[in-house]
Design a protein around this ligand. Structure first.
Ligand code: PMP
Length: 393
């Protein structure tokens, strides 16, 4: 039989990172490739207690079907604890609990995008968003990232050429670059977008993981209802619980709820109840502090090893939070070629190409620091430096 797949699948690439992770199965390989939180930070015992409690106290209900919007006390918690702290006054009815923030991307694509609609993305951009949104066959337009956020001149230029329906971005500790937009940059982006019909999709899974400097206001503070905010428990509790949320104005929320219902009825109710129990029985701020202390040490170690071993010509970011840093080889050198050399020396990373829409042979690479011990970071960066020197010298 000749299976007739839908045209839309022609545009969607298999996740390149999944392919790369195959290399890292070899225990000899030091991997900076994955994007995984450090499992040492998972609150296993506390989640075990919360699970027992919800089953003991309300077993028949927690195992039942539930509402599409999500568990109301959890939505109230997100509004009170998370969004209020950011200065955002949000009604819990403007929050939808999703199966991770990744599902938020799919639902947003479903309700907003027709084939060939213009959309804007950062360059480099989050691979998972490129993949999720490609399904809807939009026309991608990209805006480069500078050290302090979006390149404003390029944004103005690109807006002369297209009328985007949405602008997807990760303003805090961006994946893949680790860059955070400054307050000034956010304000400039917002002022430009105010004159358009583009909805700003602000994806913020890493915002709580700041270990240096001060928080910067959410894009939603500048853009109000013209922004959709995506949040996640993946990096502050555990990704396996698959819990995230979308915060959007009612008009958008009504459509999101229909799309969510059609997709999976509702997010795993048991998981929502366990997470809520965990959140009210524990000090989440203290837990986040432990995670950021751990990640800061790993980040400091990687930054100082890069300073010690990498050739001067290689530039890299120094993230103030999150899980990634981004290195740039001198012009003309390909990080894919570097990957081949590096994997022979048993060290892995993600070459830049999949984070760009239409560029091949890029000279950039993403390095994750949250999943390796300091010893491994030192050894891995040493091996990677040798591979870089082999390539560029
Ligand atoms: N957005 C970004 C920018 C991410 O890096 C990730 C995780 N890799 C996600 C969304 C998906 O997170 P979740 O586990 O909440 O689906």
């Amino acid at each position: 039989m000749n299976i007739q797949f839908a045209d839309r699948m022609g545009n969607v690439q298999k996740s390149f990172i999944r392919e790369i992770l195959k290399v890292t199965v070899n225990p000899q390989v030091i991997s900076f490739a994955g994007g995984l939180p450090n499992p040492a930070s998972f609150p296993v015992e506390e989640v075990q207690k919360a699970t027992q409690k919800v089953l003991n106290d309300d077993g028949n209900n927690v195992l039942q079907y539930s509402t599409t919007e999500g568990y109301l006390p959890l939505r109230q918690y997100i509004a009170q604890r998370y969004l209020k702290k950011k200065g955002l006054i949000i009604d819990p009815d403007e929050i939808l609990i999703t199966n991770g923030s990744q599902q938020g991307l799919d639902l947003i694509g479903k309700i907003l995008l027709n084939k060939n609609d213009d959309i804007l993305l950062e360059e480099p951009g989050y691979l998972g968003a490129i993949q999720a949104l490609s399904i809807f066959e939009p026309k991608f337009h990209t805006v480069p990232l500078l050290d302090d956020g979006i390149d404003i001149n390029s944004l103005e230029e690109v807006l002369k050429r297209c009328t985007p329906k949405l602008f997807y971005a990760v303003p805090n500790f961006q994946n893949p670059s680790g860059i955070t937009y400054s307050a000034q940059n956010r304000e400039s982006v917002a002022n430009i977008l105010k004159n358009t019909n583009a909805i700003f999709v602000e994806d913020d899974p890493y915002g709580e993981l700041r270990f240096i400097g001060e928080d910067v206001p959410s894009m939603k503070t500048y853009l109000g209802d013209n922004a959709i905010l995506l949040g996640s428990f993946s990096k502050i509790i555990a990704p396996g619980m698959r819990l995230g949320w979308i915060c959007a104005k009612r008009e958008i929320m009504e459509k999101l709820i229909i799309a969510k219902q059609a997709s999976d009825l509702h997010t795993n109710y048991f998981s929502q109840r366990v997470a809520y129990q965990y959140l009210i029985d524990n000090d989440i701020d203290n837990h986040i502090k432990k995670i950021t202390e751990l990640y800061k040490k790993q980040r400091d170690c990687m930054v100082s090893m890069i300073e010690k071993y990498f050739p001067e010509e290689v530039k890299s970011t120094k993230p103030e939070g999150g899980m990634f840093l981004w290195a740039t080889l001198p012009q003309g050198f390909s990080s894919l070629e570097l990957f081949d050399i590096a994997s022979k020396q048993n060290v892995a990373f993600v070459p830049g190409d999949p984070f760009y829409i239409n560029k091949k042979g890029t000279n950039t690479l993403r390095l994750n620091y949250t999943n390796s011990t300091e010893d491994k970071i030192e050894e891995g960066i040493k091996r990677l430096s040798e591979a870089i020197i082999g390539l560029i010298k």
